[in-house]
Design a protein around this ligand. Structure first.
Ligand SMILES: Cc1cc2nc3c(=O)[nH]c(=O)nc-3n(C[C@H](O)[C@H](O)[C@H](O)COP(=O)(O)OP(=O)(O)OC[C@H]3O[C@@H](n4cnc5c(N)ncnc54)[C@H](O)[C@@H]3O)c2cc1C
Length: 449
């Protein structure tokens, strides 16, 4: 259901930026406006072939792959299906070059492995496009392209070299937009030019998730809301999953909890650091105002260490703006989002009078090596997670791969499978250090060191 726009007087971006706003903002993702309430299904009394913990893109794509191959499958979700990052994200979909500069990746992994990883990244983008097309999921998937604004002249030069490397090693095309021409892409003077990856894509995360959920159910998969898994017991053969709603027996288990991973499964819990990310959405505006801000109609980001990402909503003339999570107030308090409004105004000062309608946050699953991982724990539990904030296509790809691995299908092979999944002796306290690291990185962004 679309939000009833008429009723509430919305605060403005300027008011939110000043840290004065305490009400008048819907504290939930804009994307959730397409969801309807559904009664939770009951736990199956009979064992299933595969139980999946977590109902985000990873869990649902794994479920769809397994159900289509004739396996009985149940997805157990602690909240409402899609509660996690999959329905909270920015909907930006990148190719190849994900977290590291190409030269850094080559230095870390060697040229052959680096190229294979980059090529798998490109395949992920092609795969999500094909899946959405073949399944007929109406979710505004489009190859909108992505503009990344350089925060400093040196960033522009470094990005230009990296884009050349990306083409040379992975065949990904791009072009640079010098500062003098950037108004072609964006009505802002904040950047020192930028790069455009024209094949990068975007979608509406809520509609994509809803489409996957419908197809899993149509294929015979069971998706259980409000069924938090509190323990997985090894029954040899198989496993028993304990939830407050009862137990479920399964031959195989996939853990697909990413940034929401908790201690019920120790191996993955020691390897994932949840990092918050937050977004705000403006109220509906005249479509021409949005087009004037972002004439390129692309996805947008910048080169800061603590970076921002933004776009127009695909289903209504609104600006969606994301960045780090605020730590000054609870996430249910609009004041925790004041820094996003300030950041938005630094890029688009002309937006001071625009209304703010939604604010929300979610958890990104970070890993200690900044690579995503999939495989099997020493206890025999399958997992796929650790997308480090670029998970829309990766979760879709890993969901399919892990399902194929469960079925012993050689197509489940991935360049990421063989990589060691590092833990850390201080894994338990790592989440508490995130605000300090963010503050340090903000300082480095400000003074460029
Ligand atoms: C604010 C934000 C913005 C982002 N923007 C982008 C973007 O623009 N582009 C991009 O590519 N990526 C983005 N990401 C990352 C992307 O959304 C994620 O990588 C991806 O959605 C992860 O999917 P998933 O299915 O693995 O995990 P999730 O969607 O997080 O699902 C995990 C689920 O597991 C459930 N769960 C946890 N523990 C249990 C349990 N014990 N029992 C049952 N269920 C459990 C949780 O409730 C949750 O629903 C963003 C993430 C966030 C948070």
């Amino acid at each position: 259901m679309p939000e009833p726009l008429s009723a509430l007087p919305r605060p403005t971006i300027a008011e939110l930026a000043a840290g004065r706003v305490r009400s008048g903002v819907a504290m939930k993702p804009w994307w959730w406006e397409v969801f309807a309430d559904a009664a939770p299904a009951s736990l199956p009394a009979h064992p299933v072939d595969v139980a999946i913990v977590g109902s985000g893109f990873t869990g649902l794509v794994a479920a769809l792959t397994l159900a289509r191959a004739g396996r009985s499958v149940a997805v157990l979700e602690a909240g409402r299906s899609g509660f996690g990052a999959s329905t909270r994200n920015g909907g930006q979909i990148g190719s190849g070059n994900q977290k590291f500069r190409v030269k850094t990746l080559i230095a870390m992994k060697g040229q052959a492995k680096a190229e294979a990883l980059l090529r798998e990244g490109v395949a992920m983008l092609e795969h999500i496009e094909a899946l959405i097309r073949d399944e007929g999921i109406a979710c505004h998937f489009t190859r909108s392209g992505r503009f990344r604004g350089a925060m400093r002249p040196a960033h522009y030069e470094a990005m230009a070299r990296d884009m050349e490397d990306l083409y040379h090693h992975a065949g990904v095309t791009s072009f640079m937009v010098p500062r003098a021409e950037q108004h072609r892409e964006i009505a802002s003077d904040r950047f020192c030019g930028g790069s455009v990856l024209p094949d990068d894509a975007s979608l509406h995360p809520g509609l994509y998730h809803r489409g996957l959920l419908e197809r899993v159910r149509a294929a015979g998969g069971i998706v259980l809301d409000e069924a938090e898994v509190v323990a997985i017991n090894d029954e040899n053969p198989g496993f028993s999953l304990v939830t407050p709603r009862g137990k479920l027996a399964a031959r195989e288990v996939i853990v697909a909890t990413n940034g929401y991973t908790r201690h019920f499964e120790r191996y993955t819990h020691r390897r994932i650091v949840p990092v918050g990310s937050a977004l705000i959405a403006t109220g509906a505006m005249a479509p021409e105002r949005i087009t004037a801000l972002m004439p390129g109609g692309r996805m947008y980001g910048n080169t800061a260490r603590v970076f921002s990402y933004f776009r127009a909503a695909p289903d209504a003339p609104r600006l969606i703006w994301g960045g780090r999570m605020g730590h000054n107030a609870p996430q249910t308090d609009p004041r925790a989002y004041a820094h996003l409004a300030r950041d938005l105004l630094e890029t688009f000062p002309q937006m001071a009078d625009a209304p703010v309608s939604h604010a929300w946050s979610g958890r990104i699953g970070y890993t200690f090596d900044e690579f995503p991982h999939l495989g099997r724990t020493p206890a025999g539990i399958h997992y796929a997670m650790g997308y480090c904030g670029t998970g829309v296509s990766r979760a879709t790809w890993f969901g399919r791969k892990i399902a194929l691995q469960v079925m012993g299908d050689p197509e489940g092979a991935s360049e990421f499978t063989e990589m060691r999944f590092p833990s850390h002796p201080f894994a338990a306290v790592a989440p508490m250090t995130v605000p300090a690291f963010e503050a340090w990185y903000r300082l480095r962004d400000r003074f460029d060191f």
